[in-house]
Ligand binder design. Structure first.
Ligand code: DGJ
Length: 734
């Protein structure tokens, strides 16, 4: 009775049609498979219109057999016929965590949603959109579920649109983006927690019955303590090359909530969306509420495949210019902090050129006059050049950079304000704070009320003014260092809309910026990785993973980000954090988008030469690192060293980064590292690059090996306490 067998199966995917399929008037079951190259998500509407998820995994050869799937499970009774609901309504038959909870205009709390019709639209040869209409049989209340599938990348983006035509307003108490259902005998959650300088700390544990919630209530800098990216392994924890694994991530920069509910039948219900904490949403008749997107992919061949799928997808469909070029930059933050002037910056600009960088990035501290930004206690919000530090303004620095032959970029934090600022004095009402409570600060600052269109104009104006005054400005670092305390907007009538309206305001500003400046590289920074999600990354070329640039830490942080984000999006800077030599620091930073934040003039002659050569090596390899396939070969969590490899799509060239991560006696690469993704029939020559001046390599660079050998036996990079960082370049020998 739970999964009856008489069915009406519709397989229309990739037929080039946009077709609306109404529910047949004679009650029939309708099966809706969403197919990608390797996977399938299959929905089915029962005779009574209940829409459920009946399959999520590696796709079947014969789509007609999806209808047989439910009958193979004998896990017990679903008393509600809705445990596997594609979007669980609450207050009617539901007994578990809902995806949507509403209070109707008449005060009634019950909702039921039944399938009405669905429509497949082909967006292009790779992308399709399925929309499924659901309706409450009693109330004029509708939900459309959207599933955008990327065939080659095996990625699905899912979101919902909620509408009603009731007599008065409806209160949305919960309004998830997606509701999925996984079947397995055991479920292993890999989740991420953190704080400043400790981003993306992984934890993997077996889910037990009940609900595990991953969420954020921080408003801004929403990922500071938790990331909305997670993975679920089915059966046993997936490895790089084995096991079934589901990756999920909410594309949203505000409060999020992911509920993972292991139900009494031992299936996993995943409900992800905006966090409804303090955010009951009043929806007027005729208005629609569109949720953010929940993103997911699946692999039955381990985490490596899933990452490469997601990385490819991100470069092609999300990041600004994800398949384009990037610049190596020199940043002055750690070189000067707030203590600089025009002369000092002119020297640093020259140093950028000397180093071989393409761009100089001026960080925090360039603004504020009545309250100069000489530390983080004052000046934020006053975006006028400080007349003492920069008497000739930003434009003279841009000119200086131009004359030197490098580009110029600048740091801003336009969503924030120090109470000690002219801005705050003029616009106390534009700041997020409770009217009758004491202010509470995060890094001595408060958040601007981006729900207010006037504030949106102001924030857009900060960026627009910089570009209008300096048309050759070539890079923006957009920082966001505070969370929201005392959430309250003088602009909004309904304070329960505040967190949502803040994020909408932020996206409106970013949208305007991108409309006017479509390609300018922008770094998404949030005191480190406090805001890393694909909704924000749609407007950015890269993100700042962490202020912690100690390479011993970065190996781990970058490793974990790499599960979800491509190397081209990870800004890695060489700084003075950590005790490792400059070679080690540079090698680690080279695994993504390379930058520097050091005092070039203080480098020894050999250190400088090393950096210059490393940049030149990087430039010859950057296309592979940024746009090639990445393989995590040896995990720093499980071994005395770490090894990561990048290879071009033609499988002819690549690079392998190897680092010692243990300081114990005798640590190193005792066993060869098995390479991946090579062509077994081709021959490859491997040679060591990024050698420190005067040091010769132990690697015999002239020998060649078959791809077969390198993948079955492997290659030893000879990492040890005397060779703590080894970069190997390989290419096909013809
Ligand atoms: C936090 C960022 O993460 C740093 O890189 C730097 O830009 C500072 N803010 C500046 O205040």
């Amino acid at each position: 009775m739970y999964f009856p067998s008489r069915c009406f199966t519709v397989v229309l995917f990739f037929t080039g049609l946009s077709l609306m399929i109404p529910h047949p008037s004679v009650a029939q079951e309708t099966t809706i498979p969403i197919l990608t190259e390797n996977n399938a998500l299959v929905l089915r509407a029962g005779k009574n219109g209940d829409l459920g998820v009946i399959f999520l995994g590696r796709k079947l050869s014969n789509a007609a057999e999806y209808d047989e799937v439910p009958g193979m499970f004998r896990q017990g009774d679903d008393y509600t016929n809705s445990l596997n609901a594609a979007y669980t309504p609450s207050g009617a038959r539901n007994l578990l965590e809902p995806a949507i909870t509403v209070t109707h205009s008449d005060g009634n709390n019950s909702l039921d949603l039944r399938y009405v019709s669905h429509r497949f639209t082909k967006v292009d040869e790779n992308v399709s959109l399925l929309s499924v209409e659901l309706k409450d049989p009693v109330y004029h209340f509708d939900v459309t579920l959207f599933y955008k599938s990327y065939y080659r990348e095996d990625v699905i983006e899912q979101w919902s649109e909620i509408r009603h035509r009731e007599k008065g307003n409806v209160l949305l108490q919960k309004y998830a983006s997606a509701n999925l259902y996984l079947k397995g005998d055991r479920y292993w959650l890999k989740q991420y927690h953190g704080d400043w300088a400790r981003e993306m700390q992984p934890e993997e544990s077996q889910l037990t019955h009940g609900i595990k919630t991953i969420d954020s209530k921080l408003g801004t800098r929403a990922n500071l303590f938790q990331s909305s990216s997670f993975m679920i392994s089915l059966g046993t924890p997936a490895t790089e090359d084995e096991g079934a694994v589901f990756y999920g991530s909410l594309e949203y920069s505000g409060n999020f909530r992911v509920d993972l509910e292991l139900d009494y039948l031992n299936n996993l219900r995943i409900i992800a969306g905006i966090n409804n904490y303090a955010s009951a949403y009043t929806l007027k008749p005729g208005e629609s509420f569109v949720t953010p997107v929940f993103l997911y992919t699946f692999s039955d061949k381990g985490k490596g495949v899933a990452s490469r799928q997601l990385q490819r997808w991100a470069r092609t469909y999300k990041l600004v210019d994800g398949n384009g070029d990037r610049q190596v930059l020199l940043n002055n933050w750690e070189a000067t902090y707030f203590d600089f002037n025009e002369t000092r910056l002119a020297e640093l600009i020259k140093d950028s050129k000397k180093l071989g960088a393409d761009l100089f990035l001026l960080d925090d501290g360039w603004f504020g006059n009545k309250y100069p930004r000489n530390d983080d206690r004052a000046g934020l919000g006053d975006w006028q050049e400080n007349k003492i530090k920069l008497p000739n303004g930003i434009s003279s620095l841009v000119r200086e950079a131009q004359n030197t032959g490098v580009k110029f970029g600048i740091w801003i934090e336009p969503e924030m304000v120090n109470p000690k600022s002219e801005f705050y004095e003029k616009h106390p009402g534009w700041v997020v704070k409770q009217p009758a409570r004491a202010e509470h600060y995060f890094r001595n600052q408060l958040v601007l009320d981006l729900s207010n269109p006037e504030v949106q104009d102001f924030v857009f104006g900060v960026v627009d003014h910089l570009f209008t005054e300096n048309p050759t400005l070539a890079y923006i670092k957009w920082d966001c260092n505070a969370v929201i305390y005392n959430a309250y907007s003088t602009h909004l009538r309904n304070q329960s809309h505040f967190y949502i309206e803040y994020v909408r305001g932020l996206y409106r500003v970013l949208e305007r910026i991108r409309l006017k400046y479509p390609k300018v590289p922008m770094m998404l920074c949030s005191g480190g990785g406090g805001r890393v999600d694909y909704a924000a990354l749609k407007y950015f070329t890269e993100f700042w993973p962490s202020d912690n640039t100690d390479p011993a830490e970065r190996i781990f942080i970058q490793w974990e980000y790499s599960y979800f984000y491509p190397a081209v999006s990870s800004s890695n800077h060489v700084t003075d954090w950590g005790k490792q030599p400059v070679k080690f620091r540079t090698d680690v930073a080279m695994m993504g988008k390379l930058g520097f934040d050091i005092v070039v003039s203080k480098l020894s002659e050999n250190d400088l030469r090393f950096c210059q050569e490393a940049i030149s090596n990087y430039k010859s390899l950057k296309d592979i690192i940024w746009h090639g396939d990445q393989y995590r070969l040896v995990s720093p969590w499980e071994s005395e060293f770490a090894s990561l490899m990048y290879i071009n799509p033609e499988r002819t060239r690549g690079v392998i980064f190897n680092y010692l991560v243990s300081s114990r006696y005798g640590s190193g690469s005792k066993l060869p590292v098995k390479l991946k993704g090579l062509d077994p029939a081709r021959k490859y020559r491997i040679r060591e690059i990024n050698l420190y001046p005067g040091i010769s390599s132990l690697i015999e660079g002239e020998k060649s090996y078959s791809g077969d050998f390198l993948m079955k036996v492997g290659f030893n990079p000879q990492v040890n306490s005397g060779r703590t960082s080894v970069v190997l370049q390989f290419e096909e020998v013809l």
